[in-house]
Every structure is written in structure tokens, then in C-alpha cells.
Write a protein that binds this ligand. Structure first.
Ligand code: FAD
Length: 436
């Protein structure tokens, strides 16, 4: 039997969650369908709005965008091309998307007190511009002048703390920074999962020699402390009880302990995902996870085609879900919202138009970090986030899109991925709900 909702959101990443919350706020009955648990569980947990509006330099955003990060992401929006999602979604969309995020995550995050970007220390020793950051990373702000110690673990080859410290020092940060590598306390395999180590810190069990995991960790850090007034460790200081672990270690070391964002799997990403899914529950959004939308049915209408229902795959059975309005939030090439073969890049669920050069050799440029056309691939929406066909007509009168599936931004180079998801997800969810 078909399940009916006012709005069906396809995709459970940041854009899907934002669209669903935004539609629910407008009073719509919302159902969210996601193929996987959530890609947020892999993400760093940082919410970037706009770090480098024009990564190749030039522009008039009040900074030398080629050499330094943007202080105020809102100041850079006017410098972006007209088809950039921030320009298409409208001037207030980013601000409102960030406000919705702040409401949903509460005290888990910091950064909402200002329009300006924070600079957060990363495992590679960069100062990354970001609009919102987990509370557990707050003492790692690069604007803070207190001396810093970075501590990595022998088994974690991704975070070379002495090298990161060297790079930060070379970048002329306004504080002294040192790095040390130590062994994680207790009897753990060299390739132990970060979640296992996080739980060991959270449970704080006996780690040998009559000392607990946290006591022994503090014992190992102390000889490296020097004058440091803050200590950064890889982001694995517990799961739900990270604040308790941080407070305990901070007291033992008499220094502010903070987390440095890491690659997948990411504890801050897992915490964010859990918090957003709780917010979705509280907003009355129903959910189907672990099953992809594999097909849809539509009928022709006066203002264009209309989607009647989507079909999800449940162990080979095709289950229909119908709604008045649909939001496509399936991500880009990474999230599987876009498919590509030797010939074309296509939007994977509804087959929406994806503008692209005819010649595949024009998809990419020389060099890994160059200005690649494919990085901006995605559907091209109107101001209500409806994907347009090649003639500029909405593909479906009742379909909107948000997040990585929307084209026009190279979010990796600009450092704007989450901001684009918040801005476009907010508008897609709201305009969908307004039509229910
Ligand atoms: C490793 C990693 C690190 C990141 N780091 C940062 C960072 O430092 N700063 C920052 O701002 N952003 C970062 N991001 C980006 C951010 O987390 C989001 O991925 C981005 O904003 C795009 O979100 P999205 O919701 O559009 O797509 P995605 O996050 O890709 O989510 C797409 C969702 O759609 C679902 N889906 C796809 N196809 C179907 C289908 N057919 N049926 C049903 N569901 C489907 C997927 O299962 C997934 O839940 C990072 C992401 C990753 C993966």
C-alpha cells in the first residue's frame, strides 16, 4: 500500500535533514527516505559557509581570496557567479539555514554568536575557515593566543601532531605550538577502531598499573605539556559524553583539552547525525532508512510533469511512497545523487537535466586541486529550488532539490559544502511545504 505524506524528502544527509526540518516547521507532514544511515557520520562535523569565494584569486570580497580565507562568508556571496546556489537561493537563505541548524543542534555547536568565520586547527596543520564548529573544538580556535600542544597517537598515521604543529607555526599563528606523539593507554590493537578508543575514554576503565584510561592518558601527555595552556587530541574523546571526558582531562592537565577534526569515521559527524535525527523525531518527521528510492511514476500536467509516487527497494520489493511534494537531497557524485559514465553525468533518481560540457575531456583540468568543471556538476534550479530542464522549464512542478545534487558550486575549493546544503535545503523544504 502506498504511504502518503505532504512532503517526501529523498536523502538523509545535511541537506535532507535541513529540508525536512524546514518543511515540518511550516506544518507539513514530512517523510524522509534515505538509502544509508547518514553520510554525516563520515563528515568532519565542521559547518563551512564560505572560506574562499574565488579560489583562483581576484574578486572583490574584501580579502585576497587567493592567499587568505574570507573573514565574513556573507561578504563573499556577491562575488560568486549568478548560478551559484547561494545567489539562486536568495540572500537570506544561508543566514536562515544556519539559524535552523543552531536551533536543531543547541549547545553541541559554537560559532552562532557572529557572522564571521572561525579558524579551526586541523590535523594537517591548517587553519580552516568555518562558520560553525563543535563545542569540543572551541579551545582549538586559531584566534586564541594561548600556547598549544597537539597530541597524536602512534597508531593513528593520519595525525602527525609534530608536523601539524610545525605547519601551524610556519603559518605565523599568534601562539606557540608544539606537537607530540604518544601511545594510547591500555591494551588496544594497533588498528583499533576510533569508536572503540572513544568508548574506552568514555568508560574510563582500568588501563593497567591501577590507573584508568584517562589517568594514564593524562600521565603520558603531562611530560610534553611545557607552557601549553590548551591541548588538542584527535576527535575521539568519547561519543555522547565527550564533554565529561574533556572536562576530566582538562582538570588533570590544568589545560583546556579540545578535539581536532579528523577524517572518516568521525565522532563529531556521528554526534551531529544523532543530534539532527533527534531533532527530526522531535519535529514529527517520519523516516525510512537503509532503502534507496529506485524509481518513480509521474503524469503530465498543465505546468509540467508531476511526480505521483516514488518507489523504494526493500529487499527486492518495490514499495511506493506518495506525496504532494518531493525534495531531492541525494548528494553529488560522492553521495550517489549524480551518476556518471564515459559519456554523461546524470541525476540518478528523477533523471533531471545536468548541464555539462559535451566533450568529456573538458570535465577536468590539469592538477588535483585545479578548477574542474565536474566539481560544479548538478541540477540547475530556479529560485524555488525546482530543477530546470535544458530549456529552463521546471522538470516537475512538485520537485525541489537541495545540497550536493545542486550544481554551480565547487564546494570543496570554496569550503562551502555544509552552508550550501543548509541554504538550499531550507528553501527547498519551505517552498515544498508552502504548496502542500
Ligand atoms: C568525509 C566528509 C567530510 C566532510 N567534511 C566537511 C567539512 O569539513 N565541512 C563542510 O562544510 N562539509 C563537509 N562535508 C560535507 C557535508 O557533510 C555534506 O556531505 C554536504 O553538505 C552535502 O550534503 P548532502 O545532504 O547534499 O549530501 P550527502 O551528505 O551526500 O547525503 C546524501 C544522502 O542521500 C542518500 N541517497 C542517495 N541516493 C539515494 C536514493 N536513491 N534513495 C534514497 N536516499 C539516497 C544518501 O544515503 C545520503 O543519506 C563532508 C562530507 C564528507 C562525506
Amino acid at each position: 500500500m502506498a504511504i502518503e505524506s505532504g512532503v517526501v524528502v529523498v536523502g538523509g544527509g545535511l541537506a535532507g535533514a535541513t529540508a525536512a526540518l524546514s518543511a515540518a516547521r511550516e506544518g507539513a507532514h514530512v517523510h524522509l527516505i534515505s538509502a544509508n544511515e547518514s553520510t554525516l557520520r563520515q563528515a568532519s562535523g565542521l559547518i563551512d559557509a564560505l572560506g574562499y569565494p574565488n579560489p583562483d584569486g581576484g574578486g572583490d570580497a574584501g580579502t585576497d581570496a587567493a592567499s587568505g580565507p574570507l573573514a565574513d562568508p556573507f561578504a563573499g556571496i556577491g562575488d560568486l557567479p549568478e548560478n551559484h546556489p547561494y545567489r539562486v537561493a536568495g540572500a537570506d537563505a544561508l543566514r536562515e539555514g544556519l539559524a535552523l541548524f543552531d536551533d536543531a543542534v543547541g549547545d553541541l555547536y559554537r560559532g552562532g554568536h557572529t557572522d564571521r568565520n572561525a579558524l579551526v586547527a586541523t590535523t594537517s596543520g591548517c587553519a580552516k575557515p568555518t562558520a560553525r564548529y563543535p563545542r569540543s573544538m572551541a579551545p582549538g580556535a586559531v584566534s586564541d593566543e594561548r600556547p598549544m600542544l597537539l597530541v597524536g597517537f602512534e597508531a593513528d598515521t593520519e595525525f602527525d601532531a609534530p608536523l601539524a604543529a610545525e605547519r601551524l607555526s610556519a603559518a605565523d599563528v599568534p601562539f606557540d605550538v608544539a606537537g607530540a606523539t604518544i601511545a594510547f593507554p591500555g591494551d588496544h590493537r594497533a588498528d583499533a577502531a576510533v569508536t572503540r578508543l572513544a568508548h574506552a575514554l568514555e568508560r574510563d576503565e582500568d588501563a593497567g598499573q591501577g590507573r584508568t584510561t584517562r589517568q594514564r592518558l593524562a600521565d603520558r601527555i603531562r611530560p610534553h605539556l611545557g607552557d601549553a595552556e590548551r591541548v588538542g587530541l584527535p576527535a575521539m574523546l568519547g561519543d555522547a559524553h565527550v564533554e565529561e571526558v574533556r572536562a576530566d582531562l582538562s582538570e588533570r592537565l590544568d589545560a583546556a583539552v579540545f578535539e581536532v577534526p579528523t577524517g572518516p569515521p568521525s565522532l563529531p559527524g556521528i554526534r551531529l547525525s544523532d543530534r539532527l535525527f533527534t531533532a527530526l523525531d522531535e519535529a514529527g518527521v517520519s523516516m525510512t532508512t537503509g532503502m534507496p528510492v529506485v524509481d518513480f511514476e509521474s503524469t503530465g500536467g498543465a505546468d509540467g510533469d508531476r511526480i505521483d509516487r516514488v518507489l523504494i527497494d526493500r529487499n527486492g520489493a518495490r514499495i511506493p511512497y506518495s506525496a504532494e511534494q518531493y525534495v531531492l537531497a541525494t548528494g553529488g557524485l560522492v553521495g550517489k545523487g549524480l551518476d556518471s559514465d564515459r559519456e554523461r553525468a546524470t541525476e540518478a533518481v528523477f533523471g533531471c537535466h545536468v548541464p555539462q560540457p559535451d566533450d568529456r575531456t573538458d570535465w577536468s583540468a590539469e592538477g588535483a586541486f585545479a578548477d574542474h568543471a565536474f566539481a560544479r556538476f548538478g541540477v540547475e534550479p530556479d529560485g524555488a529550488m525546482r530543477p530546470l530542464d535544458a530549456e529552463g522549464v521546471p522538470e516537475f512542478e512538485n520537485l525541489r532539490a537541495g545540497g550536493g545534487v545542486v550544481g554551480g558550486a565547487d564546494v570543496a575549493r570554496e569550503q562551502s559544502a555544509s552552508g550550501v546544503s543548509l541554504a538550499t535545503g531550507l528553501v527547498a523544504g519551505r517552498t515544498a511545504a508552502e504548496e502542500v
